[in-house]
Unconditional design. Structure first.
Length: 527
């Protein structure tokens, strides 16, 4: 059985409306879900909402919704009424709009990115309707003098949100068009006043996931919003960012959400190959083209035909090969080394670099014509130290990745605090390595602060000489087992015992107990 509403005029039924998760707005406005053609009815009289699982009437006055029992009439103006009924089949939703929209239960978790730069805010929708405006009593207050007090409302649906103008002075704008009512998908942007609002996907516990990417910070959510908007476009894209920030993950997200998602994704690090092999890797070679060419080889352009080619560290490509690459991008034809025929390819090109390509052009290290050929769209990924909000969701994501290898693991609050305090010069890649090492070597189900500290020291190569207490804490975390602590620290057992002796010289023999029932650590060589 389904809940439905019947709109009546002088007792005669006019239309039937299904009551689902999203609210139904009632009023005289042509953008209302239930339009009442009566001059005595306000543009927005009320909303029919779900309250505690049952249909209820919200009169937009700040008071809790009033229940709407079965069979009870709701008077609308002089001659119209609404009555709640139950029906066996879900009725077709109609409305006063020219093209009715189907409002469905919420399935996609979304966030709003409001504004830009240092004023950027992230607001979670969490399946609720939000009124945006400049007034202090609305759900989201926007300090923009061009925004009306109650400017618009966002109502979640299964695939995104419905944007509804609430009679604002300056309107709501999408892609340069003023709209009164429109359904928007994740990745869409609309403008109210002089403020841009972006809709981005968000996963569990403050995460936002696009093609495997995890984020919670406004800065990274903005990047994922750009991914959503650019993915369907076939223009070349350059991704800027330091080593380890996740540029390849962004490229894979662009591929997964683009038109070539069914095709191959091929990645090549242009800066990680010997100069003599780059040309062959890019364009391929025929058998016998050079001394070691024992068989024909397809280059990455041919391998990625019909899909996406990701060229990492494009700024490291030698100038001579930049000219050949430019030729391919202008004609989309590839000739293998030693070959006589050209082969046409269809590839979505995504490049990445940690360098400033404009500066490289000015210094003569990068061709200007190639720069303008590939730099049609650009995405900048901020370093992890500028988005500390991402550390915890990323760390928990990396712990889950090791579930099959080490079993269930959880991070203690102190461990997360220590992770947030790190500068992460290696960015997300370094964070992943530290969390994996800590999860693999921790003797307990929970990963402690000491486990993280040991993993950090291990990943950076050596212990700090003036911190013998670090060794003591790791030994204590392993219940006095020196062998296990040595493995966790990545040090010889003799070195760990030496650090323990140094710690005793600082704190005295009475403070040297690190676990077990004896005064000596348990040097279990069988562990």
């Amino acid at each position: 059985m389904y809940d439905a509403l019947i709109l009546r005029f002088r007792g005669e039924p006019l239309r039937e409306f299904v009551v689902e998760t999203a609210p139904l707005e009632v009023g005289k406005s042509p953008t209302s879900d239930i339009v009442v053609h009566d001059a005595s009815v306000p543009d927005r009289l009320c909303r029919i909402v779900r309250h505690e699982g049952e249909p209820a009437v919200d009169f937009l006055d700040g008071h809790p919704p009033m229940p709407l029992p079965l069979g009870e009439l709701l008077t609308l103006g002089r001659h119209h009424t609404l009555v709640r009924v139950r029906t066996e089949a879900p009725p077709l939703r109609t409305s006063g709009r020219t093209e009715p929209m189907t409002m469905q239960p919420v399935e996609v978790a979304l966030s709003l990115l409001i504004g830009a730069g240092p004023d950027l805010r992230c607001i979670a929708l969490d399946g609720r309707s939000l009124v945006l405006g400049s007034a202090r009593d609305v759900d989201v207050t926007i300090t923009d003098r061009h925004v009306s007090q109650r400017h618009c409302r966002l109502e979640p649906t299964r695939g995104g949100v419905v944007l509804r103008d609430l009679g604002s002075r300056n309107g709501c704008w999408v892609d340069g068009q003023r709209v009164a009512l429109i359904e928007l998908a994740p990745g869409a942007t609309f403008r109210i006043g002089r403020t841009d609002v972006r809709i981005v996907p968000r996963g569990d516990a403050g995460d936002a996931r696009v093609g495997g990417m995890v984020a919670a910070s406004p800065a990274m959510l903005a990047v994922l919003s750009e991914v959503e908007r650019m993915a369907r476009c076939s223009l070349p894209i350059v991704i800027y960012g330091e080593s380890g920030v996740g540029k390849e993950g962004i490229a894979r997200s662009l591929h997964a959400r683009g038109r070539a998602a069914d095709g191959p994704f091929v990645a090549l690090n242009a800066g990680g190959l010997p100069e003599g092999t780059i040309e062959s890797e890019l364009f391929g070679h025929e058998r016998g083209a050079f001394t070691s060419a024992n068989q024909t080889h397809r280059g990455v352009f041919e391998q990625a035909d019909g899909g996406t080619l990701f060229l990492d560290e494009i700024g490291e490509l030698p100038l001579a090969l930049q000219a050949r690459l430019l030729r391919v991008l202008e004609t989309w034809e590839v000739r293998r080394v030693g070959g006589e025929e050209s082969r046409r390819v269809r590839v979505r090109l995504v490049c990445a670099t940690h360098r400033d390509l404009r500066l490289a052009v000015e210094e003569g290290r990068f061709r200007e014509d190639l720069f303008y050929r590939i730099h049609q769209l650009a995405i900048t990924v901020p370093p992890l130290r500028e988005r500390p909000e991402d550390v915890e969701p990323l760390a928990r994501h990396f712990v889950r990745e090791l579930l099959d290898d080490v079993g269930a693991r959880d991070l203690e609050p102190d461990a997360i605090d220590l992770l947030r305090q790190q500068p992460w010069q290696g960015n997300v890649r370094e964070l992943r390595n530290v969390v994996w090492v800590a999860a693999a070597l921790s003797p307990c189900r929970t990963i402690s602060k000491e486990d993280i500290r040991a993993a950090i020291l291990r990943s950076r190569g050596a212990l700090v000489e003036h911190e013998p207490d670090v060794v003591m804490r790791v030994v204590h975390a392993h219940y006095g087992n020196v062998s296990a602590a040595a493995r966790a620290l990545g040090l010889p057992r003799s070195t760990v015992r030496d650090r323990i002796r140094r710690a005793r010289s600082y704190v005295g023999s009475s403070a040297a107990r690190v676990g077990g029932t004896t005064d000596e650590p348990n040097d279990d060589r069988s562990s």
